[in-house]
Design a protein around this ligand. Structure first.
Ligand code: SF4
Length: 375
């Protein structure tokens, strides 16, 4: 055990809990008993809502996840109802949250959880799809007040600053787990974990740490060093690769548009989208769209005017979607590179789950159709 943490853990925990009782975030429905009260150590919370929330929060901030969680709990209030829903219904509820494989894994895990008692060990949770150690620890400590540490992005940042740790946290995972565990109060592990997350989310924020209100200021090595924003130390960043994507919004004589459903594997698996693909070197976007639609759907189109350009950054690449309206000329659309293709009326597009870049395309399409109806 690290000397500083070993000596100070009890002091740090006590100060953190005292701060949290007055300033911790309230209004997190899955962390409260019915009626909005924080649970006492001996009281359990419903693991179902906590599990859904924890998976949503893996890549998403609380304020964004909260309305999704509320809608989700209305649509699938129990694990039984989630297990019985179709994957398409589940994806529709997830639409807009990103990292869509999380929705599929929740659905898969629901099939494994239904009809049995809620697991009470890390191992039982970690064999479920989409659950790592920090998610499992957070579910178990939140629901059953078990003494298990967490190590999400907020906690790593706070601990890296507390210690002014000289290397990126990912390189010293075991050490960070050790620090997080050392802080766990034996009576209130649930509250300590929540307090750590709240400290990272409200005071020890990435760009503007508010050290003067922080209960750990007098213990914090990064504060003492002058500029806490220099921690956590990061790996040197490589610029993200960039790729232009030509996209065709193909309209037939009945005014329907063509969409396809991606294969289940890979990024955005199972989501619906407008067809298209990567622009090759030396190719115009119009040629790219015509080629992609021929290769992926077996159809010939006339590529018309540009509808919209949407820039979208993923964690590992930047994409620019250049979208053109197209007229269908010939060939029955076939799912040569997707699960299925479908002609749909533009006002039915809301019934399909699209990634967020496509949501802007739909908005532009509906706007363009409306203005041409009025012209
Ligand atoms: S003193 Fe500042 S840098 Fe240190 S833990 Fe508190 S908010 Fe973070």
């Amino acid at each position: 055990m690290d000397a500083l943490i070993e000596t100070d853990a009890a002091v740090l925990s006590t100060a953190l809990l005292a701060w949290w009782e007055r300033h911790g975030r309230g209004g997190i429905p899955w962390k409260q008993l019915p009626g909005g009260v924080r649970p006492a150590p001996e009281q359990d919370l419903d693991p179902y809502g906590i599990w859904i929330a924890e998976v949503m929060l893996q890549q998403t901030q609380l304020a964004v996840a909260l309305p999704y969680w509320m809608r989700w709990m209305e649509a699938f209030p129990t694990v039984e109802e989630l297990a019985a829903a179709s994957l398409d219904q589940v994806r529709l509820q997830w639409q807009g949250l990103g990292y869509y494989s999380r929705a599929r894994r929740l659905h898969e895990a629901a099939q494994l959880l239904v009809g049995r008692a809620w697991p009470h060990t890390l191992g039982e949770w970690m064999v479920l799809p989409g659950i790592g150690r920090t998610t499992a620890g957070s579910i178990l400590s939140s629901a059953f007040n078990l003494r298990l540490p967490i190590l999400d992005g907020n906690v790593k940042r706070v601990l890296a600053r507390l210690k002014a740790h000289p290397r990126p946290p990912a390189r010293d995972d075991a050490l960070f787990w050790c620090w997080s565990e050392a802080l766990l109060d034996s009576v209130r592990p649930r509250d300590i974990n929540q307090a750590l997350m709240d400290l990272g989310a409200t005071l020890c924020t990435p760009r503007q740490p508010d050290c003067h209100r922080c209960p750990w200021q007098s213990h914090c090595a990064a504060y003492a060093a002058g500029d806490p924003r220099l921690w956590p130390v990061t790996e040197a960043l490589k610029p993200l690769p960039f790729q232009a994507i030509g996209v065709g919004v193909v309209i037939n004589a009945d005014g329907e548009v063509l969409i396809d459903q991606r294969l289940e594997e890979g990024l955005l698996g199972g989501m619906w989208e407008f067809p298209g693909g990567k622009q090759e070197q030396g190719e115009t976007i119009e040629t790219c769209i015509a080629r992609e639609l021929k290769e992926e759907l077996g159809i010939a189109v006339t590529v018309g005017t540009e509808l919209i350009t949407v820039d979208h950054a993923y964690s590992h690449k930047k994409l620019r979607f250049v979208v053109h309206l197209c007229d269908w000329v010939s060939g029955e659309p076939q799912p040569l590179a997707s699960q299925q293709v479908r002609w749909v009326r533009p006002d039915d597009l809301g019934n399909y789950a699209f990634p967020s870049a496509n949501a802007r395309i739909i908005e532009a399409l509906l706007g363009s159709l409306e203005s041409s109806a009025h012209s």
